[in-house]
Design a protein around this ligand. Sequence first.
Ligand code: NDP
Length: 453
Amino acid sequence: MASVYDRHVDLNQFMEGVKKRNPGQTEFIQAVQEVAQDIYEFIEDKEEYHEAQILRRIAEPDRVVSFRVCWEDDNHNIRVQRGFRIQNNNAIGPYKGGIRFHPSVNESVLKFLAFEQTFKNSLTGLPMGGGKGGANFNPRGKSDAEVMRFCQSFMTELYRHIGPDTDVPAGDIGVGGREIGYMFGQYKRITNRWEGVLTGKGQEYGGSQMRPEATGYGAVYFLQNMLKHKGEDVEGKTAVISGSGNVATHAAEMITKLGGKVLTLSDSGGFIHDPDGIDQEKIDWIKHLKNVKRGRISEYVDEFKSAEYHEDARPWSVKCDLALPCATQNELNADEAKALVDNGVQGVSEGANMPTTLDGVKVFHDAKIMYGPGKAANAGGVAVSGLEMSQNSERISWNHERLGEMLTDLMEGIHEKCVEYGDDGDGYVDYVKGANIAGFKKVADAMLAFGVV
Ligand code: NDP
């Protein structure tokens, strides 16, 4: 008798099912679509993956936890936010992925990020599953005391779902050293345990050297590997970068160290274009502006007269050799990708998660541009988080130099895996396909070993 479950549904039928089960979750559906098209090709003749419904299972989070977060603002108003933790897949290690505080946070955004994280973490070669969390809380404009009260309230629920061998969150948009400190303090207070339950901690209490730099530096190392594969280098090239947070400023720093010239940075208000280049001194000024003064990127032009500020605009129309989207998802669409290609861009490396729309990615692929997707290019952050977990478990700390070498090796390893599965045989590497297949294979094989669980 025929099974009611056809093991061999085609890609369209599979995606119809995903859409039906996740109504209105556009970001999540977009992320699954991007992975599924490559995986379908890869598993076409691999019956074991079909039989065990592996892709279907990876695209269904192990757990979605949603909770109320109440806190009191400085004017004694009671505020109510929604917190989440999405535990997508722990086949190869404890769930691992950042916490995002931003008004745009919802279940769809966090499910897409947790799904992507599963493949990214697998690509690093370290034993980490995929998860993500956050809340629709906007730290912008809040006092330190308000941020502290929010973080404490958030952790008062989150602590029961996480643990050093269960789920180890980190930072993401809106969650930096300050927020991690408040959350770690509350976890320690509630549980009476000092353990490596969060990464991105301060150096004084178990944080790893190189963690703040790792995502941005790693995205540039990935770009460097892509360029090297083509006999090219970063030196002497111009770069357009979006964002001005942790990832963007460190990407800018490494481009500069390697002899490139950074022309732009941005925030949600607009972008600055500095034709003289945003050098280390200017980057340090921006880090202070963002991390200490909590100011806006528009203030840059008051300090550095060579620059122009473009309000409500994104930087992709500026002519450049290299582009690094480092702000947020879907910040680079097909028209903008086309503008970059028309202006002669050679390489794109994503510091952010899914910053390029599916149509935009197609533009890069059709033009045979070197294009490093976030799940490969920005994996340096979670890789050093994995190293922070090892250091916490062993009660040791490695120095900056050693971690720098490890990060360089890890990014080279990720690049090699992408080439292994993504080389089209014609000299062009489809890094999306390479990352998807290499990331999928390890998780899928672990899941096969466990049977139906
Ligand atoms: P930060 O909060 O430090 O910085 C985020 C930057 O992006 C800010 O400049 C912010 O501007 C801008 N931004 C946020 N939302 C938007 C928007 N809707 N439109 C335009 N600009 C926006 O975050 P991170 O640098 O840590 O993260 C940036 C990206 O990198 C995210 O996609 C994140 O998921 C990804 N990532 C981060 C990792 C990490 O280690 N931190 C690891 C891997 C990936 P504004 O201040 O105006 O909001």
